[in-house]
Design a protein around this ligand. Structure first.
Ligand code: NAD
Ligand code: UGA
Length: 456
């Protein structure tokens, strides 16, 4: 039996480790966090994150070979392998503020591992980190004076929220980076053995440490770049009466381009795309590559443009004023099937409309609590309404900001009847049947398609 510890019980630690534990009944898993409320929630029937299929896996493994705890030091001492999945947000202070990764949680963890270890261990970077972070980790850990040896591996996580269980159960690939030394390669093999319990060997790829660390940032940058590219084209489509979905379909059938991640939208959100691209930009600047930095920064700039363009279109279409008008935002989560609202474009649109003094009501099947939290002081000026019909009641406009299937199943005749006329729908996800909505009487404004409006 191997004692496997995961430090950080957030989205990544909390959704990956139960799945690993379910495939490795021969090993013992502990997930620790300094956040007591979070650990208590993981131990309860009300898990702290909403992720389809996860409840069942946690119920199956918890108390058998999976345990949650706040006793970080004790479990470090007992562990053979330690996954570190603490948060690595964008730095908000000092050098690199607004771009570089804030590594304070990461470094604290390294020191905690050093202080509490009485045996040699494998330490696995699961958090997303700047390239060459493992070097610093190795230096800290191997500065111990008692002959312990630590092998640091990079094993970036590629899961997407909302499909975390599926992504972990059936990953496109698992990437493991290690040192090209005898002990480094032994550590890589030990981690390969764990994944091989359910992942086909050919999908477990190994690389040098730096390639592995960098591949994670690059994967997110490429994914986000596709969204910014199609969103840039959506703006041109709106000017030319081309339809962005038709363009995406036509180009996506070219195998070299591929069909995924070409859905035009109000913008990409989530805790990672922006953070990781800015981290990449910062690294390029630090390594003296300003042109490369500027190239990638444009992906984020385009995303901000798309969010603001959407909000401005709303105001312009509603006769250049939304002051005092009730506007129902359908969706607060940054994508469907998650309760996560971090960097959600929905909240950006909300902020922009509040600036215009609109009266905002937000409805979302799972993310209302997080939206309230993320909006901070502004939440006082927003109404939160779990029932979408009640949210739309008396509204001048609806903005579809998250692609929840629930929103496709509403009776839009009923919704329309309860709204102020002329009634507007701004579909930031191209989720609904626009022709049908138009026939009901709505003025419909999709993304990257001509508007369907009854206005002269
Ligand atoms: P999160 O904020 O949800 O969770 C991080 C957790 O670490 C928190 O609960 C925090 O309390 C805990 N923590 C911080 N310092 C600690 C310490 N010293 N000891 C114990 N616990 C500590 O973050 P997340 O979304 O799970 O992301 C974690 C990392 O994984 C980030 O680097 C992120 O970029 C990366 N990542 C995230 C996703 C995702 O979908 N969210 C996907 C891939 C990679
Ligand atoms: C993303 C990556 O897909 C994961 O591989 C990665 O592990 C993760 O970031 C991370 O490092 O955190 P995630 O942010 O959870 O996962 O979700 P995505 O499905 O990538 O969606 C991100 C955003 O892009 C969402 O706001 C989504 O609505 C938007 N999006 C996605 C579009 O606007 N259009 C698309 O075609 C696809």
């Amino acid at each position: 039996m191997t004692n496997i510890l995961c430090i950080g019980a957030g989205y990544v630690g909390g959704s990956t480790m139960p799945i690993v534990a379910s495939h490795c009944p021969q090993h013992r898993f502990v997930i620790v966090d300094i956040n007591e409320a979070r650990i208590a929630a993981w131990q309860s029937d009300n898990l702290p994150i909403y992720e389809p299929g996860l409840d069942e896996i946690v119920r199956k493994t918890r108390g058998k070979n999976l345990f949650f705890s706040t006793e970080v030091d004790k479990h470090i001492a007992e562990a053979d392998i330690i996954f570190v999945s603490v948060n690595t947000p964008t730095k908000t202070f000092g050098q690199g503020a607004g771009k570089a990764a804030d590594l304070q949680y990461w470094e604290k963890t390294a020191r905690q591992i050093l202080e509490n270890s009485t045996s040699s261990k494998i330490v696995v970077e699961k958090s997303t980190l700047p390239v060459r972070t493992a070097e610093a980790m190795e230096r800290i850990l191997n500065s111990n004076g008692n002959g312990l040896h630590f092998d640091v591996l990079s094993n970036p996580e590629f899961l997407a929220e909302g499909t975390a269980v599926r992504d972990m159960e059936n990953p496109d690939r698992v990437l493991i980076g290690g040192r090209n030394t005898e002990s480094g390669q032994k550590a890589v093999e030990a981690l390969v053995e764990i994944y091989a319990n359910w992942v086909p060997r050919e999908r477990i790829i190994t690389a040098n440490l730096w390639s592995s660390e960098l591949s994670k940032l690059v994967a997110n940058a490429f994914l986000a770049q596709r969204i910014s590219s199609i969103n840039a084209i959506s703006a041109l489509c709106e000017k030319t009466e081309a339809d962005v979905s038709e363009v995406a379909h036509a180009i996506g059938l070219d195998n070299r381009i591929g069909k995924y991640f070409l859905r035009a939208s109000v913008g990409f959100g989530g805790s990672c795309f922006k953070k990781d691209i800015l981290n990449l930009v910062y690294l390029c600047e630090q390594y003296g590559l300003p042109e490369v930095a500027a190239y990638w920064e444009q992906v984020v700039t385009m995303n901000e443009f798309q969010e603001m363009r959407f909000a401005s279109n709303m105001v312009a279409s509603m006769f250049n004023t939304v002051a005092g008008k009730r506007i129902a935002l359908f969706g607060a989560a940054f994508k469907a099937n998650t309760n996560d609202t971090r960097e959600s474009p929905a909240l950006e649109v909300c902020r922009a409309l509040l600036e215009e003094r609109a009266e905002i009501v937000i409805t979302d099947p799972h993310a209302i609590e997080n939206a309230r939290y993320d909006l901070g002081e502004l939440a006082k000026r927003v109404a939160f309404e779990p029932d979408p019909y009640a949210a739309a009641n008396g509204a001048h406009a609806i903005a579809i900001l998250t692609e929840w299937t629930q929103f496709t199943q509403l009776d839009y005749e009923k919704v329309h009847a309860a709204m102020v006329k002329p009634a507007f729908i701004f579909d930031g996800r191209n989720l609904l049947d626009h022709r049908k909505l138009y026939e009901i009487g709505f003025n419909v404004y999709p993304i990257g398609r001509p508007a369907l409006t009854h206005l002269l």
